[in-house]
Design a protein around this ligand. Structure first.
Ligand SMILES: Nc1ncnc2c1ncn2[C@@H]1O[C@H](COP(=O)(O)OP(=O)(O)OP(=O)(O)O)[C@@H](O)[C@H]1O
Ligand SMILES: [Mg+2]
Length: 200
């Protein structure tokens, strides 16, 4: 059993706490804020992607579950920058122009991430800036890494079986993501420019 009482809290969403794994600082452990016995809906997708041997370069990998002092925990790769610091969310970076990559770089990073999702046929529930990390590989380069929101919330999850439907689902989720960025971050001129260019 892993004791999380002194573990470092990385972040908190609406349903989970994310801690640095006390025994392996390349991993994190997520526990539910309220006790919940069912496995998270996305676990079967992580297993599917393991079987399909996808590339994990832009998605945090799942390493199964552990028992913790806070109940059942789900272990994931912890995303870190080149300097060892824990990567910040895209939402955090886009908050101000100073913390945002320049427009050309951000456009490129967004396109590379979209191409990755299409190429690996990753089905997402929802793309949100707080569920994506911006992992810096140097002072001025980086990539987006998906840490939450994997899975299918459609009534008939046909996209799981069909390439064409997977593409359609993704392009719908991508449009919603661009709207979400506009709603939340269009005070930032770089975001305005990049979303406009991606939307055309
Ligand atoms: N693999 C990771 N590496 C580094 N930080 C992470 C990782 N996974 C999550 N985080 C941080 O922890 C926060 C909460 O994690 P997560 O998004 O999984 O929780 P959640 O409650 O499911 O979120 P939501 O409110 O979107 O449902 C994230 O917003 C991010 O800041
Ligand atoms: Mg989240």
């Amino acid at each position: 059993m892993i004791d999380l009482r002194d573990a470092r809290l990385v972040g908190k969403g609406s349903s989970r706490f994310c801690y640095v794994h006390p025994e392996d600082d390349s991993k994190c452990i997520k526990v539910y804020t309220r006790s919940r016995s069912a496995a998270p809906r996305e676990l079967k997708y992580y297993r599917l992607y393991e079987r399909r041997r996808i590339s994990w370069e832009m998605m945090a990998r799942n390493y199964g579950t552990v028992q913790t002092s806070e109940g059942k925990g789900w272990v994931f790769g912890l995303v870190r920058d080149f300097d060892g610091g824990i990567s910040k969310t895209l939402g955090h970076c886009l908050q101000t122009e100073e913390t945002t990559p320049d427009a050309e770089a951000l456009l490129r990073v967004m396109e590379v991430f979209r191409d990755y999702l299409v190429r690996e046929r990753i089905i997402v529930w929802e793309l949100k800036a707080d569920n994506l990390l911006y992992q810096r590989s140097s002072q001025d380069a980086g990539k987006i890494v998906l840490v939450d929101g994997v899975g299918n919330n459609e009534f008939l999850p046909i996209a799981n079986y069909s390439n064409i439907f997977a593409k359609r689902t993704l392009s719908r989720k991508w449009r919603k993501f661009l709207h979400h960025l506009w709603r939340g971050y269009s005070h930032n001129p770089v975001v305005r420019e990049v979303v406009t260019r991606l939307d055309s």
